[in-house]
Design a protein around this ligand. Structure first.
Ligand SMILES: Nc1nc2c(ncn2[C@@H]2O[C@H](COP(=O)(O)OP(=O)(O)OP(=O)(O)O)[C@@H](O)[C@H]2O)c(=O)[nH]1
Ligand SMILES: [Mg+2]
Length: 308
């Protein structure tokens, strides 16, 4: 294999790096060849701003690099990796499944098409691999196809799905699923919900209702409100996250479509502004294209490294 990271058996890291960059590092590739000077800082700033990193994080990163001005290319890469790590480490908080919570309830929310149902499928596969029993609740009763889509993931990952007819009350579906999960002593219940714009207040009310029903069943639940955001929506993804967080108290994020045009800039913006744990990153449509967010991996995937 050509890629040393793939050779090291670090398959996900190799894929992440390749899909974020599509070639050389978009962030530092071909940059700082003459060391850290004003011209390279300007080019660097341009790259950050066009990658949806946002003004605040861009300014902060430039300041950090300016402190190392006059340094070599390697010094620039090192300073940058350290700065990114400082930014990302606080949001690297993996989701811990507490086996005492029976079931451990994960409520999955987000704007239309961000990848909620796909992420649930990938998560089921992952949890099943780790030895947990899982039940899925088809809380998206808005589209008939949504129930089918979740059922397909259920079949693929050998996970049962609780659903009702399209148009049913999502809170009732989730309530049924909770009862079934408890009766079957299932470890993890993951509830899908219909996508909605963060500005659609009626739909946000509906989600709050689902959350209330869950809490009535078990006051400690939901144990995770997982917001799925699409990295390719850039700064708008940040606005969505802020709104969902205010309404529902988001406890974790899954950032999807990092294999798209996004380059992961929004991850940096989220880390600095929202400070909600990033639990998972999605880099494709396949069942293995999801992994736990790893700050060090992410920083190294963005910054060009000298190969030994
Ligand atoms: N490239 C890429 N595509 C993804 C990723 N995650 C999901 N998708 C695709 O995005 C599309 C929408 O995914 P869904 O899982 O249906 O999204 P959703 O949030 O459930 O959508 P609604 O239920 O309509 O709100 C599908 O075609 C997925 O295959 C990812 O990480 N990368
Ligand atoms: Mg869906």
């Amino acid at each position: 294999m050509a890629d040393p990271d793939a050779r090291k058996g670090n398959g996900f890291f190799a894929k992440l790096k390749e899909r974020l960059n599509r070639g050389r590092s978009w962030l530092t590739g071909g940059l700082f060849g003459r060391g850290i000077d004003e011209a390279s800082l300007e080019e660097f700033e341009e790259r950050l701003l066009t990658a949806d990193v946002g003004v605040e994080v861009t300014t902060w990163l430039i300041e950090r690099l300016r402190k190392a001005k006059g340094g070599t290319q390697e010094a620039a890469q090192e300073a940058l990796r350290n700065a990114l790590l400082e930014l990302l480490k606080p949001v690297e908080v993996p989701l811990n499944i507490d086996r005492a919570c029976r079931p451990f309830v994960i409520l999955v929310v987000g704007v239309n098409g961000t990848g909620k149902t796909t992420t649930i499928g990938k998560l089921s596969a992952r949890f099943r691999r780790e030895g947990y029993s899982v039940l899925l609740a088809a809380g998206d009763t808005f589209r008939a196809a949504a129930v089918e889509q979740l059922a397909e993931w259920g079949t693929r990952t050998n996970t049962p799905v609780v659903s009702q007819a399209p148009g049913a009350d999502p809170a009732a579906v989730v309530h049924d699923a909770l009862a079934a999960a408890r009766a079957r002593d299932v470890d993890i219940l993951i509830a899908d919900t219909a996508g909605r714009l963060h500005t659609a207040s009626g739909l946000m009310d509906e989600l709050e209702k689902v959350k209330r029903i869950v809490a009535r069943f078990d006051p400690s639940a939901p144990h995770e409100v997982l917001l799925v955001i699409d990295a390719s929506q850039g700064q708008n993804a940040l606005a969505q996250a802020t709104e969902f967080h205010q309404r529902l108290g988001v406890t974790g994020l899954a950032v999807t479509k990092l294999d798209g045009t996004a380059k992961g800039g929004v991850v940096l913006a989220i880390a600095k502004k929202l400070r909600v744990p990033i639990r998972y990153v999605g880099i494709g449509e396949g069942v293995d294209d999801l992994d736990v967010f790893d700050a060090d991996q992410f920083a190294r995937a963005l910054v060009e490294e000298r190969r030994a």
